[in-house]
Design a protein around this ligand. Structure first.
Ligand code: UD1
Length: 344
C-alpha cells in the first residue's frame, strides 16, 4: 500500500515540483487547488513526466464545509503538505485582508479538517521572510523571527505561530515548517516551471522575461546597499532541490524521527549571491547581454539574507547540490520551452 499525501496548491510552482518528487518516491498524491494562480494542464504535464496523473480536486480551502468533506473522503492520508497561498508581496501590501483571509482561513480549515480525521503529518510552506532584517548571518532556525515587512510575509509568520499553538493543544499533530530562501529554476523536462501571472515581482522570472523580449528592461532596485557590489544578497535555491526536501520531511514525520512535534528547517544553499552576480551568471550562461538599469531601492528589501544549512543537513539528510549557473540555465530553458509550447 502506498502512503497517501494531500498536497494543497499542488498545481503551483513549488507544489507541482514536489508532487513529481512524491510520485517518483512511490507516494499516492491528492492535489487540492483552486487554480487561482495555476492551470489544470499541470496535471497532464505531471503525467508526462511521471507516468501518473494525481487525483485532483478543485476546491477553495476558505470553504470550511467543502474542505471538511474532502478530508473526510481522504482520511486515509498520512500527511498534508500545505502550499496553497497567495504570494505576491506588492499585492499583499495593497490588499492585506485578501491575504490574511486567503492564507490563514485556508490554513485553519486544513488543520481542523486533518485533526478531525486523525491525519498526523503537516508540512508547511514557509519563507525566510519570517526573519525580517537579520542581525547576524548566516541565519539559523534558532534566530529570532521578526514581523515581516509585508502582509504576505506576516501570513507566514502568523501561520507558524498558529501551527505551534495547535501542536501544543493536540498531541497527535506532527509538523515541519520549511523556510524557503529564494526558489528559482525549473524541472529538467522543461514541462513545468514558474509561471507568474502578470508582471513578475521576483528577480529570476523578470530576468528571463526581459531576455525573452516580454519586458523591456530589468530594474535593479538599488546599488547602495552595504554589500560587495552594492546590490542585495540572497540565497537562490533550485526548486527541484527544494521539492526533494519535502519528501524527506514527509519521511521524517512518518518514521517518527522528529525531536519535537513542531520542527523548523531552513531550505537554502548557504551561498549568498548579489543581484549583479545573478545578472552576470545569466549573461555568461546564455551568452547574451541583459538590458537593465539601476534604479531606487524597493521598499522592504533587506540587504543580505542567506541560510545556515546544517540543521536541514543533519536532521533531514538534505542539502542542495545545484550551482547558481545550473539554476539560471534551468530557468532560462523553461522560459524558452514554455514560450515555444505556447506559440505553436
Ligand atoms: C521576495 C519577498 C519574500 C518572498 C520571496 C519569494 C520581498 C521583500 N520579499 O523575496 O517575502 O518570500 O520573494 O517569492 O518582496 N530585484 C530587482 N529587480 C526586480 C526584482 C527583484 O533588482 O525586478 C532584486 C530585489 O531587490 C532583491 C533580489 O532581486 O534584492 C531578489 O528579489 P526577489 O526575487 O523579489 O526576492 P526577495 O525580495 O528576496
Amino acid at each position: 500500500m502506498k502512503n497517501k499525501i494531500i498536497v494543497t496548491g499542488g498545481c503551483g510552482y513549488i507544489g507541482s515540483h514536489t508532487v513529481i518528487e512524491l510520485l517518483e518516491n512511490n507516494y499516492d498524491v491528492v492535489i487540492l487547488d483552486d487554480l487561482s494562480n495555476s492551470t489544470e494542464d499541470t496535471l497532464d504535464r505531471i503525467l508526462k513526466i511521471t507516468g501518473t496523473k494525481p487525483t485532483f480536486v478543485n476546491v477553495d480551502l476558505k470553504d470550511e464545509t467543502a474542505t471538511k468533506a474532502i478530508f473526510q473522503k481522504h482520511k486515509d492520508a498520512k500527511a498534508v503538505i500545505n502550499f496553497a497561498a497567495h504570494k505576491a508581496v506588492g499585492e499583499s501590501v495593497k490588499e492585506p485582508l485578501m491575504y490574511y483571509r486567503n492564507n490563514l482561513y485556508s490554513l485553519i480549515n486544513v488543520l481542523s479538517s486533518q485533526i478531525e480525521n486523525n491525519i498526523e503529518g503537516f508540512i508547511f510552506s514557509s519563507s525566510a521572510t519570517v526573519y525580517g532584517t537579520p542581525e547576524t548571518l548566516p541565519i539559523t532556525e534558532k534566530d529570532e523571527t521578526q514581523r515581516p515587512f509585508s502582509p504576505y510575509g506576516n501570513t507566514k509568520k502568523i501561520a507558524e505561530e498558529i501551527i505551534d499553538d495547535v501542536i501544543k493543544s493536540n498531541s497527535n499533530l506532527q509538523s515541519i515548517s520549511l523556510r524557503y530562501f529564494n526558489p528559482i529554476g525549473a524541472h529538467e523536462s522543461g514541462l513545468i516551471g514558474e509561471l507568474p501571472s502578470g508582471i513578475p515581482n521576483n528577480l529570476m522570472p523578470y530576468i528571463t522575461q526581459t531576455a525573452a523580449g516580454i519586458r523591456e528592461k530589468l530594474m535593479v532596485y538599488g546599488n547602495d546597499y552595504p554589500t560587495k557590489d552594492g546590490t542585495p544578497i540572497r540565497d537562490y535555491i533550485h526548486v527541484v532541490d527544494l521539492a526533494k526536501a519535502h519528501v524527506l520531511a514527509v519521511e521524517r514525520i512518518l518514521k517518527k524521527e522528529q525531536d519535537e512535534a513542531f520542527e523548523v528547517f531552513n531550505l537554502g544553499t548557504g551561498n549568498g549571491f548579489s543581484v549583479l552576480d545573478v545578472i552576470n551568471s545569466f549573461e555568461k550562461v546564455t551568452n547574451s547581454k541583459l538590458n537593465y538599469e539601476i534604479v531606487e531601492r524597493r521598499p522592504g528589501d533587506v540587504p543580505k539574507l542567506y541560510a545556515a544549512t546544517n540543521l536541514a543537513k543533519e536532521k533531514l539528510g538534505w542539502s542542495a547540490d545545484k550551482s547558481l549557473d545550473e539554476m539560471i540555465k534551468s530557468s532560462w530553458d523553461w522560459e524558452q520551452k514554455f514560450r515555444k509550447q505556447n506559440t505553436n
